[in-house]
Design a protein around this ligand. Sequence first.
Ligand code: ATP
Ligand code: MG
Length: 417
Amino acid sequence: MRQTHLFTKTKKEAPGDEVAKNAQLLMQAGYIYKNMAGAYSFLPLGLRVIEKINTVIREEMDAIGGQEMHMPSLQDPALWKQTDRWSDENVDVWFKSELQAGGEVGLAWTHEEVITDIMRQYVSSYKDLPFFAYQIQTKFRNEMRAKSGIMRTREFAMKDLYSFCATPEQHEAFYESCADAYMKIFDRLGIGDKTYKTFASGGAFTKFSHEFQTLAEAGEDVVYVNEEKGIAVNEEVLAEVDLSELGVTKEELEERKSIEVGNIFSLGTKFSEAIGLTFKDEEGNDQPVIMGSYGIGPARAMGTVVDLLSDEKGIVWPESIAPYKVHLVGLNGDDAEVKDYADGIYTALKRRGVEVLYDDRTEVRPGQKFADSDLLGMPYRVVVSRKTKEEGKFEVVTRATGEVRYLSEEELYTDFT
Ligand code: ATP
Ligand code: MG
């Protein structure tokens, strides 16, 4: 991608009306646009990051047997009345509207009811179970406050997976494999070392559910953590958890702020009983399906990465989700020869399948180009100047470490492919 072609531009200053660091940096760099509180646009560079996060999530969900599908946002109140989750007293995040033809309609804030209803058509015997279905789909939530940038919005994509099992053993086996898959996802996103599987409240037939909490000052949650032992407990359940069973004492736990990047939840038979999702067991008796739900917010994960990995100069993307791997910076000014040379390097890298953002602007001074490059945060910066052309050596800077290397044209191609 040529920067002269990209419609987004970086800004000199972070937006003044934004308190969250993730949104400040992403807006300044042109990854996102704030349409209103709690609603952001993902611009070309930002969309590439989200798509890469979604790819990581899809790969890990497919690896544990997840089947991708897509459900609607528009919701029929009748279905939600069956589980008592239509009323505003019980659920305080609904966005509701009226149909022109008459009657109420809601915008889905989760999909347990919807998927349970669908599966009534496809489950009849224990032989149909277990299976696991997921989507990456837009949720609407009338959140009271939206102050954490893209980490808490009123419209956001969620990866929500639902498990359908015949026995507690089947459920527990999947629950564990999903927990492992979540850690793989957060590792691949570059936040694994700060992310803990924590005990949280409200599992239906296990006492606890689990959240994945990433330690960060910007977090809205509080966890009690022992980093050495890798143990973390949510604030709300600290009193309920038997710490001796975990091998820690209260004194060994440190209070830390954190971001809930994902959660996994045993639903038991709450939804299957209310909506009538049953199967015939081996003896021919009707049994309610045992369910679980498993969520991750890709945008919240993106915000967490920005929050944790950025430095005073700007964003630092891990290679796995960077919009482009290489930022090729042409220091050509109005030197047409150097410009041609840089164009050639860009084309050669692209031909070899390297994802390159190319700063081909002629009117921008080197200092500004470097500052923009640091702000945008691609993993590697490759500088092309008259000196490079004459000496055949390219300066390659690793964004995360500041390491500088000098590579020949050939080495450049083998290094990045
Ligand atoms: P929170 O306690 O932060 O409100 P939640 O318990 O409501 O989260 P879930 O309903 O379990 O979250 O949603 C699953 C995942 O979706 C969360 O772990 C988080 O990553 C993401 N998520 C939840 N709410 C939002 C939001 N308003 N904006 C962006 N992502 C969200
Ligand atoms: Mg919530």
